[in-house]
Unconditional design. Structure first.
Length: 752
């Protein structure tokens, strides 16, 4: 018999133990992440009483793939447009929390005299709360529909994004082992450059590609194409100095802007769950009881640092973001734990060999403890606020509760600010695209042309061809950089308002012209030996031709329109299918009422009832603003509208009203059939012999359906097929009828 590879044996240990432990944790209503960690500990070499994984190196390889797919799925659920619509409040809260908790982590590490890199990575780990664990806790406590929970989830999304950036920066810092301001600034600039480049190029190319092949794609092909794009971007990311996880996240965020995003997310979820489980099991395999016993004091200290730090600084961060004291405390207390991203950062440190071996199991232990305490911390927030309210002056409490930095957008930004911001963004984006094109042409195309045209004389032809093609490719970018926003409403208004504005406005055009000429200057200087004066003249002439060229203008407009269409494709699809949330939602969020979307379960007792019969307004105080069924939205439904299973109700109400309504939806369901196995339908032959009670009666009079819950499906008359039974025909002696029903019903019928 052939030997089974060790990898298969290890996978058997991992998946069987993970399956058993997660079933137990599901029964105990605990996060599955903790179940995976416990399963990993059980199959680790540190556990002598159970079978251990043999080839840990292969398991860690699969775990790295798991991290990649986890971040790919995170990117699919992320949208840069969502972040921009959040406003400043979540951004202020997120950056404040990350700064405060990172500093606390670094200080805690220094207190135990750990190495500089241990302290830096520890700071990154303590700054990352767990999206999975908090979401599960809100769900279990019935708080997911409350307003503060939405604020917490917004901050967690931003934390996940900044965690990706933090991983890239930590990699850059670790490569030098001597972090300084210059190196960190260089890392930030490099991240920003490639982030903008990948997103712009990706959003321009990937949706266009999927649109072209849409007719050829089924579920299987879409899954393979999506994972292929994920792996390709991960490889490309590593080639330019970033992690594979960063590249996977970027590709996920690019695909998030396509119409196929939700479909891809659904297809990728089983793959993510499998490899994600292996990753978390591998985390548990690193837990060493001896290390935990040795570092018991640091573990307890770090747990207290997270609980107290998030309670105080987390609440303060949400207050800086514009929340009242009570809301801020509920948000801050909810985030008092660490989770999956802390493990990922720890894995990064181990793979780079810059952190100590003890740090990983210590962080896992801290995560397990804080995860178990999360529901209690969430519940503790309101009593803590009530206690604080009794001790602080009433005027101060009133001031803090009404302090808000986030208001509806009633004040307009100044025209200068809007205009300069838009010009700066355009200039940066088009500069990055231009730089990328020049780099590709010089690095790859120029050597290719020089290989085709060898020799000194032909060498100049190769340079000339490369230079001309490069300028033609970047021409739409340079034109857009110079001309865009010159005819905007802000520009026209400022030009007409005052003669004083005209010189600064002309200066903004001049600056962009100089940048465009600088790119032409660089290309000519690299490829030719002309003097600087000649090159500048060539640059000015080239820019002038680019500006006046109608062909370049049309190319520029066409490219920009296609990009905007790709960027808006998911919104357009949502509008067409009635999935887009109403515009008034943002206004309600700043008041006591807000909108929640709740789904009617498939086994709901409400199905078939009208809104008038349910009387939701009187019972729960909520208003149903719209109902989404499949791809159709009904706005402002009347009382005669019938509720169907799977309907999504958009409901308006306060936190308390929405909580009661959500609880009612969960309770008003039809229970499961405990005798499901006995409800199997079977087919039987019934011969009506002498003395049968059914002789002389038709189907209705016999009671076969009404009394015995069975159904007559045909009469056997010696033909190939059963004959249909006339409802008015009386049964006769010797008739052979076929009936269908449950086992007990058929037995009762046979004995009749």
């Amino acid at each position: 018999m052939a030997d089974i590879p060790e990898l298969i044996i290890d996978l058997a240990y991992i998946l069987v133990s993970a399956g058993i432990v997660t079933l137990i944790f599901k029964k105990l209503k605990q996060p599955l992440v903790l179940g995976y960690i416990v399963a990993g500990f059980l199959v680790s070499p540190h556990m002598p009483y159970t079978a251990s994984v043999v080839d840990t190196e292969n398991v860690h390889l699969w775990a790295d793939i798991g991290v990649m797919f986890l971040l790919f799925s995170l990117g699919l659920d992320f949208s840069f447009k969502k972040i921009l619509k959040m406003g400043a409040s979540p951004i202020i809260s997120t950056t404040s929390i990350i700064f405060f908790m990172s500093m606390l982590g670094v200080l805690a590490g220094h207190m135990f005299e750990w190495s500089k890199m241990d302290c830096i990575f520890l700071g990154g780990m303590l700054a990352m709360s767990s999206t999975t664990i908090i979401y599960k806790a809100f769900d279990d406590l019935g708080l997911r529909q409350q307003q503060f929970a939405g604020l917490v989830m917004s901050v967690l999304i931003l934390e996940d994004i900044l965690a990706i950036v933090m991983m890239v920066m930590l990699s850059a810092i670790a490569s030098g082992n001597d972090p300084d301001g210059g190196q960190m600034l260089e890392s930030i600039v490099k991240i920003a450059f490639f982030l903008v480049l990948w997103l712009v190029v990706g959003i321009f190319a990937v949706p266009q590609f999927l649109r072209k092949v849409r007719k050829l794609v089924n579920d299987e092909v879409l899954l393979i194409v999506s994972l292929g794009l994920c792996c390709a971007m991960a490889v490309f990311s590593t080639k330019v100095g970033f992690s594979s996880a960063f590249g996977a996240f970027i590709m996920g965020s690019i695909l998030a802007e396509t119409i196929e995003a939700e479909h891809i997310e659904h297809l990728v979820e089983p793959v993510k769950n499998l490899f994600g489980a292996i990753f978390f099991v591998s985390v548990g395999m690193l837990v060493d009881p001896l290390i935990l016993a040795e570092y018991a004091i640091p573990i307890i200290t770090l747990v207290m640092t997270i609980l107290i730090g998030q309670s105080i600084f987390g609440s303060l961060a949400f207050m800086l973001g514009g929340e009242s004291l009570k809301s801020a405390m509920r948000c801050g207390f909810s985030m008092a734990q660490i989770g999956e991203f802390s493990f990922i950062i720890a894995s990064l440190g181990l793979s780079l060999e810059v952190i100590s071996d003890f740090l990983y199991p210590v962080v896992v232990a801290v995560s397990v403890i804080t995860t178990f305490l999360t529901p209690y911390m969430i519940r503790l927030a309101t009593p803590a606020y009530n206690s604080l309210e009794k001790r602080l002056p009433k005027k101060l409490i009133k001031l803090l509760n009404h302090l808000s930095m986030s208001h509806p957008n009633t004040t307009e930004q100044s025209k200068w600010k809007r205009l300069l911001t838009q010009m700066a963004i355009n200039t940066i984006v088009y500069s990055i695209l231009t730089s990328a094109v020049i780099a590709v042409m010089i690095t790859f195309f120029l050597p290719f042309m020089q290989g085709i045209l060898p020799g000194w004389a032909l060498h100049w032809y190769a340079n000339a061809i490369t230079g001309v093609l490069t300028v033609l490719i970047i021409a739409p970018f340079l034109r857009a950089m110079i001309m865009k926003k010159n005819r905007s409403e802000e520009f026209k208004a400022l030009w007409n308002e005052s003669n004083v504005n005209r010189l600064p406005l002309l200066f903004t055009i001049l600056v962009r012209v100089v940048i465009a000429v600088a790119y032409i200057f660089y290309i000519c200087q690299y490829l030719t030996r002309f003097s600087s004066a000649i090159i500048i003249t060539i640059g000015l002439i080239a820019v002038a031709l680019i500006v006046v060229s109608r062909t370049v203008k049309q190319r520029s407009i066409r490219m920009e329109r296609l990009f905007i269409l790709n960027l808006r494709s998911r919104d357009i699809e949502a509008q067409v299918h009635g999935k887009k949330r109403p515009l008034y939602e943002g206004r309600l969020l700043d008041r006591d009422v807000h909108i929640a979307e709740l789904s009617i379960p498939m086994n709901s007792k409400w199905m078939g009832s009208t809104l008038k019969q349910l009387d939701l307004g009187k019972k729960y105080g909520v208003h149903v603003s719209s109902i989404l069924r499949a791809n159709f939205r009904l706005n402002i439904p009347d009382g005669d509208y019938i509720i169907f299973p799977g309907d999504k109700l958009q409901v308006i109400g306060s936190d308390e009203q929405l909580t009661k309504f959500a609880q009612a939806i969960d309770k008003e369901i039809i229970g499961e059939d405990i005798d499901l196995e006995n409800r199997e339908m079977k087919l039987r032959q019934l011969i009506l012999g002498e003395g049968s009670r059914f002789i002389g009666k038709n189907i209705m009079e016999s009671g076969i359906r009404s009394l015995y819950s069975c159904m007559v499906i045909g009469l056997e008359e010696g033909k190939e097929n059963l004959s249909p039974v006339n409802p008015k025909r009386p049964f006769q002696e010797g008739d052979i009828i076929w009936v269908v029903g449950e086992q007990e019903s058929l037995e009762a019928l046979m004995q009749a």
